[in-house]
Write a protein that binds this ligand. Structure first.
Ligand code: CUA
Length: 159
């Protein structure tokens, strides 16, 4: 089979690109541990407020100083819609929805997650700076979606 000279060049470029892209995925997944969230936990959406954990959502400081935020997203509010957490400490959010798909985005951070009925969304974030961070729903959930927002107040230790 005769392959044209320029065709060979393009084949070589394509091969290099395939190897480069594959390496990028493997390095990110293997060496840098960048991968999709693996936490999977289910909950009956009809029993969210009856559950021990989500029946009284809020902020709870653990013995080791880390913080746990339990939250329920609902049309069209976050419960609670204002939380106070410490700066520089890991804050684990546990969120679920009893009605439709919502989202949570905390402006100025890399917090960005979907909240799906039937599942518990969990992620941990450490706020590096004190301040007020706007929290909003980024999944269209109905006519008042745009009003669904809240506030994360990050305070200095002892404040
Ligand atoms: Cu909740 Cu949009």
């Amino acid at each position: 089979m005769k392959v044209d000279f320029y065709e060979k060049i393009w084949m070589a470029i394509a091969a290099v690109l395939i190897v480069a892209f594959l390496s990028a995925i493997l390095i990110a997944a293997g060496a840098q541990a960048i991968r999709p969230p693996s936490h999977q936990e289910t909950i009956n959406p009809e029993e969210v407020y009856d559950s021990e954990e989500f029946g009284s959502p809020g902020v709870e400081v653990q013995e080791d100083g880390s913080v746990r935020v339990t939250m329920v997203t609902e049309m069209f509010f976050f419960d609670p819609d204002e939380i106070v957490v410490p700066v520089g400490k890991p804050v684990t959010f546990r969120i679920t929805s009893p009605d439709v798909i919502h989202g949570i985005l905390v402006a100025g951070t890399n917090t960005n997650a979907m909240v799906i009925p039937g599942y518990v969304t969990q992620f941990t974030i450490t706020f590096p700076r004190a301040g007020e961070y706007l929290m909003m729903c980024h999944e269209y959930c109905g006519t008042l979606h745009h009003e669904m927002q809240g506030l994360v107040i990050v305070e200095e230790e002892g404040a």
